[in-house]
Design a protein around this ligand. Structure first.
Ligand code: FAD
Ligand code: NAI
Length: 466
C-alpha cells in the first residue's frame, strides 16, 4: 500500500495532522502502538485528568453550598463510579478519533511503527507480524512520556506517574507529590479534594516555573488554604517501598540543611516529561535530535532527512495538546502545498485546578529580562459583581501591554473560569490588539469576563469599577 502521508502516533498532533491532510485530499495512514487512538492526551492525560478534576471539584463543592443557602448532607464518595465516569469519558473521546479516521478515509493501523528509510515505515502488529508501508512523507508524532527520578522505582500502584495517579483504587491517606508543575498540582488537587493529605515537594523555590511569578504566588496561597502543603527548594533522594508505608527521603537543595524521611501511602512523580523516540529507528534513518533528545525540525517541521517531519511533544516547545494540534494542521497544510503556520507567541496555557490559572504571551519576568518597557493592568474578581454573586471572588486578571504602543504582550488570570476567559486575550494577541481595543470592547454584564476588560482599561487608562 502506498500513501501520501504516514503519521506515526495518534495523539493530538498525529490525529489532527492526519484529519487535516485527508481533508486537503492526501491519502493518509496513522500507525498507533496503543490499542486505542488519541495518544497520551485522550487516554492517560488531558481527558481523564479533567474528568477527575471536574468530579472531585463537584464533590468538594458540596461542603460549600451552605453559604448559598443550599442545605445538603455531607458528600459521600463512590470512587469506583468516579473512575468509571473517567473511563467512559476516555472511551467516548478515543472512539471519536476512530470515527474521524473512518469519516475522512484515513487508514488507522494498530501496531508499532519504525522508520526504515525515507518513504518506508515498518509496522509490527501485536502478534509480531510485520508489514512495510510506502509513503511520500512520514510524520513523527510519538509524543512524550514521564521523566524518571533517579533513586525511585515506579510501580504505578504506590509509586506512580500521572498514569497510576489516574487509577488509584482508594484515596491515599498521605500523598507526596514530587514536582510542583502542572501534573503535580492538578492531580494533587484531585486527591486532596477526595480526602488525601497532600504534600508537594518541589526542587525550585517556587511552583509552576514559567508562569507569571505574581500570579503564581497568590495561587500558591489559595492551594495552601485548600490544605495542600509545599516543601519548596527540596529534593527527593529516594523512596523506600519495602515496608507498609513508603519512606520518602528528602533534603534541601541548598547545602547545609538536614535530610528527613517522610511517610506516604502513595508517591506521585511528576517532574516533567521527555520526548518519546524509542524504537523508531531514528538513528538508523539518520534523523538528528537536539541536546534534550527532541527531534530537530526546521520552520516547516522537516527533520534533517527530507520527507521525514515531526510535530508535538517530540519536538521543542511547550508540551501541550493544542500546540501539537496546531502544528498538525500547519504541517498538513504545508504538505498539501499551502502555507501552514503556528503563532508561538499566542499559545495559551491553563492549569485546571480550582481556581484555574491561565496565561498567554509574556510574563512580567520575561518582559523585564527582555528590557521591554511595559504597563500592567490588574483587576481583582472581588470587585466583580458576578464573582460576588457566585462567591468566586478569589483571584485577578493581569494584562501586560507595551508602554509605547499599548499592544497587549501577555495576559494572566487566576480565578474561576480562567481557562475559558483567557481566550479573548489570545484572540486579541493573534490580531496584535491593544489594551485600548480590549478596554473598548463591550462585555456582557454581569460576567466574570468584565474583569478582563477592566484589567485592559487599567493597563490603557483607568478601570471603572476600582
Ligand atoms: P501523544 O499524545 O503523546 O501521542 C503520541 C502517540 O504516539 C501515543 O499514543 C503513542 O502510543 C504513539 N507512539 C509512540 N511511539 C510509537 C511508535 N513507534 N509507533 C506507533 N505509535 C507510537 N496538555 C494540554 O494541553 N492540556 C491538558 O489539560 C493536559 N493534561 C495532561 C495531563 C496529563 C496527566 C498528561 C500526562 C499530559 C497532559 N497534557 C495536557 C499534555 C498532552 O497530553 C500532550 O502535550 C499531548 O498529548 C502531546 O500530543 P502528541 O500528539 O505530541 O503526543
Ligand atoms: P512540569 O515541567 O510542568 O513540572 C515539573 C516540576 O517538577 C517543575 O516545577 C520542576 O522544577 C520540578 N522538578 C523537576 N525535578 C525535580 C526533582 N528532582 N524534585 C522535585 N521537583 C522537581 O512537568 P509535569 O507537571 O510533569 O508535566 C509535564 C508536561 O505535561 C508539562 O510540560 C505540561 O505542559 C503538560 N501538562 C499540561 C497540562 C495542562 O495543560 N493543563 C496538565 C498536565 C500536564
Amino acid at each position: 500500500m502506498s500513501y501520501d502521508l504516514i503519521v506515526i502516533g495518534s495523539g493530538p498532533g498525529g490525529y489532527v495532522c492526519a484529519v487535516k491532510a485527508a481533508q486537503l485530499g492526501l491519502k493518509v495512514a496513522v500507525v498507533e502502538k496503543r490499542a486505542t487512538y488519541g495518544g497520551t492526551c485522550l487516554n492517560i492525560g488531558c481527558i481523564p485528568s479533567k474528568a477527575l478534576l471536574h468530579a472531585s471539584e463537584r464533590f468538594d463543592e458540596v461542603g460549600h453550598l451552605g453559604a448559598l443557602g443550599v442545605k445538603v448532607g455531607p458528600a459521600e464518595l463512590d470512587l469506583p463510579a468516579m473512575l468509571a465516569h473517567k473511563d467512559a469519558t476516555v472511551k467516548s473521546n478515543v472512539d471519536g478519533v476512530a470515527y474521524l479516521f473512518k469519516k475522512n478515509k484515513i487508514d488507522g493501523i494498530i501496531g508499532t511503527g519504525r522508520i526504515l528509510a525515507t518513504g518506508k515505515v515498518e509496522v509490527t502488529k501485536a502478534d509480531g507480524a510485520t508489514e512495510v508501508l510506502e509513503t511520500k512523507a512520514i510524520v513523527i508524532a510519538t509524543g512524550s512520556d514521564s521523566a524518571p527520578l533517579p533513586g525511585v522505582t515506579i510501580d504505578e500502584t504506590r509509586v506512580v506517574t500521572s498514569t497510576g495517579a489516574l487509577e488509584l483504587s482508594s484515596v491515599p491517606k498521605k500523598l507526596i507529590v514530587v514536582g510542583a508543575g502542572v501534573i503535580g498540582l492538578e492531580l494533587g488537587s484531585v486527591w486532596r479534594r477526595l480526602g488525601a493529605e497532600v504534600t508537594v515537594v518541589e526542587f525550585l523555590d517556587r511552583i509552576l516555573p514559567g508562569m507569571d511569578g505574581e500570579v503564581v504566588k497568590q495561587f500558591q496561597r489559595m492551594l495552601q488554604k485548600q490544605g495542600i502543603a509545599f516543601r519548596l527548594g527540596t529534593k527527593v533522594t529516594s523512596v523506600d517501598a519495602s515496608g507498609e508505608s513508603l519512606k520518602v527521603s528528602v533534603e534541601p537543595v541548598k547545602e547545609g540543611g538536614s535530610a528527613e524521611v517522610l511517610d506516604a501511602d502513595v508517591v506521585l512523580v511528576a517532574i516533567g516529561r521527555r520526548p518519546y523516540t524509542e524504537g523508531l529507528g531514528l538513528a538508523e534513518a539518520g534523523v538528528a535530535l537536539d541536546e534534550r533528545r527532541r527531534v530537530k525540525v526546521d520552520a516547516h517541521y522537516q527533520t534533517n532527512v527530507p520527507g521525514i517531519y515531526a510535530i508535538g511533544d517530540v519536538i521543542a516547545g511547550p508540551m501541550l495538546a493544542h500546540k501539537a494540534e496546531d502544528e498538525g494542521v500547519a504541517l498538513a497544510e504545508i504538505l498539501a502545498g499551502q502555507a501552514g503556520h503556528v503563532n508561538y507567541g499566542a499559545i495559551p496555557a491553563v492549569v485546571y485546578t480550582n481556581p484555574e490559572i491561565a496565561s498567554v504571551g509574556a510574563t512580567e519576568e520575561e518582559l523585564k529580562a527582555a528590557g521591554i518597557d511595559y504597563k500592567i493592568g490588574k483587576f481583582p474578581f472581588s470587585a466583580n459583581g458576578r464573582a460576588r454573586a457566585m462567591l468566586q471572588t478569589e483571584g485577578f486578571v493581569k494584562i501586560l501591554s507595551d508602554a509605547k504602543t499599548d499592544r497587549v504582550l501577555g495576559g494572566h488570570i487566576v480565578g474561576t473560569g480562567a481557562g475559558e476567559m483567557i481566550h479573548e486575550i489570545v484572540v486579541l494577541m493573534e490580531f496584535a490588539g491593544s489594551a485600548e481595543d480590549l478596554g473598548r470592547t463591550t462585555h456582557a454584564h454581569p460576567t466574570m469576563s468584565e474583569s478582563v476588560k477592566e484589567a485592559a482599561l487599567a493597563a490603557w487608562t483607568k478601570p471603572i469599577h476600582m
